[in-house]
Design a protein around this ligand. Sequence first.
Ligand code: NAD
Length: 279
Amino acid sequence: MHAPLITMNDGHQVPALGLGTYQIRGGEGLDQVLTAIQDGYRLLDTSTNYDSEGIVGEAIRRSGLPRSDFFVTTKLPGKYHHYADALMMIQESLFRMGLDYFDLYLIHWPLPKRGLYVEAWKAMITAKKMGLIRSIGVSNFEPEHLDKIIEETGVTPAVNQIEIHPYWVQERMVRANKERGIITEAWSPLGRGNDALKESTITELGEKYGKTPAQIILRWHAQREIIPIPKSRNLQHQRENLAIFDFELTKVEIERINRLEKVDGRIDDQDPNEYEEFE
Ligand code: NAD
């Protein structure tokens, strides 16, 4: 099974679902990424901060599949937002992964108090011109951060990867991205395995469609035109997470899931305007 492709605002295509690799590391992690690839995953989401760039690159080589089959995403750490640092880090990540280009490169967090994300964005525009990156995007950007980089460079991100799951629905940000022609990706799309998987709204829909709770939630993302990147180390879960393209929820059912949102629904209380990751 493969995820269908979606066309981004720069003309490149991205799979409609991918594999997250947060905390998938080392030799065991390598095997887990390889099983996912064998099972049909082509979008692989990593980050310098996750210490999984090396195993993702290695899994791609060991899979025996051509590089062009994959859509590889990684992200710029906060401590490298200065222009020269960002350009260096993009190249360092390529060496770590043993690749000569990224399909998508994201600014991991905006760190607005530090105020250097426009510099980082300019470095990514340069790296794209150098052929090191095909598509450039951001993560955890609020509308004002999006507008600032667009105004200052004239270049709109292809993707904004943000926290979305049934307890943190983010209708406001999904709309803000859409209005700007930006594709939304959902991080922690399963709420990192939280209680949303046990909500009766979800389990009842699972029974109706003969699907698991995780599949219902991932289908909810897909129908909101959001690309989820669920993480799983387990073959059975990896398989079921990818098998969401053969059924459809109704509009009313999508709205029922939207209503599971909580005021304090964020997993780790990471507000993009406040959160600072420098390591
Ligand atoms: P997730 O929502 O993908 O949840 C993963 C957990 O859900 C697993 O550890 C497992 O416990 C459970 N799970 C997975 N499949 C299941 C299934 N079929 N049935 C039942 N339980 C299942 O959480 P995540 O890993 O935090 O997020 C996914 C990816 O998003 C990460 O791996 C990473 O690549 C990315 N991410 C990005 C940011 C960012 O700031 N850009 C932040 C966090 C995560």
